[in-house]
Design a protein around this ligand. Sequence first.
Ligand code: ADP
Ligand code: MG
Length: 324
Amino acid sequence: MSLIEIKDLKVHYPIRSGFWNRVTDSVKAVDGITFNIEAGETYGLVGESGSGKSTTGKSVVGLEKVTSGSILYQGKDITQRRNRQLLDYNRDVQMIFQDSLSSLNPRKRIEDIIAEPLRNFEHLTKDQEKLRVLQLLDIVGLDADALYKYPHQFSGGQRQRIGVARAVATNPKLIIADEPVSALDLSVQAQVLNFMKKIQRDFGISYLFISHDLGVVRHMCTNIAIMNRGRLVEVGTRDDIYNHPLHIYTKRLLAAIPDVNVSERAAHRAMRQKVEQIYQSNRHDYYDDTGEAYPLVQVSPTHSVALPPELAHQLLAQESEAQD
Ligand SMILES: Nc1ncnc2c1ncn2[C@@H]1O[C@H](COP(=O)(O)OP(=O)(O)O)[C@@H](O)[C@H]1O
Ligand SMILES: [Mg+2]
């Protein structure tokens, strides 16, 4: 059994307008997505800004009211509050955010910020609590003198470590990491990703790793889902997505990864132009008449793409020819 099974999840926000403030339309932030997260893995959820990633993440932690579909944890649907309470779900599933300055209470000292989940879920004495907070600081590589400081006294990377310490305090099974390094400098990004990986190994945590940048998740994720306007347009292993992408949207995201390698810049630019050209001239092949993504079709045991079946298999054949 997977750790989490998300089935046909939809989150639609009502749009009200007019004199009577009636519901006239809805934003389909998440529009029928299905995927599973296995124990101990990092699952990547990647798409442009506005594609519904954060709404998905918030639904999985139980912070968002879902319109339909289910999220199963230990066989129970946690979109129902009663099941979340029954399963200790709010302790087993934690979230870290992109903006650590606004997600950490500026008026609280680090000791109290990290101890908060412990106070909610564990019954520790003052001494036990202090010991545990010190351990947590140590795990994320911060000194004991951090205890009495406030969030603004730390750098962005250090604050992200504090957010992680708070998230792991209750020994969670799953952490939803919503763009955890997007606000950080490139050099600091690598440090934070590395200690997130170390914590994963040491504690057997799963991540749902959300990012707009396929470059960032490359070395983190075992499986990846590509999200485009509330739908999944491609799902596969890391190898499927990076080495055999089929949907034009995935190819555009790959082309958008900033290149660090100066010597390959010209080739990269040419590739980006080619993808953009295909997108401009053939985009109608990739979306239906209403502009929505097609349902996913499976092209291998691990790889699915949102295309008409004939086109999916045709592209797959071209892809493997090009590889030979
Ligand atoms: N509370 C809300 N009310 C109305 N629309 C929302 C709300 N939250 C998000 N949206 C809309 O839902 C869509 C998906 O948003 P979001 O999940 O934040 O995307 P992402 O995290 O991929 O950038 C966007 O069009 C956004 O404007
Ligand atoms: Mg977001």
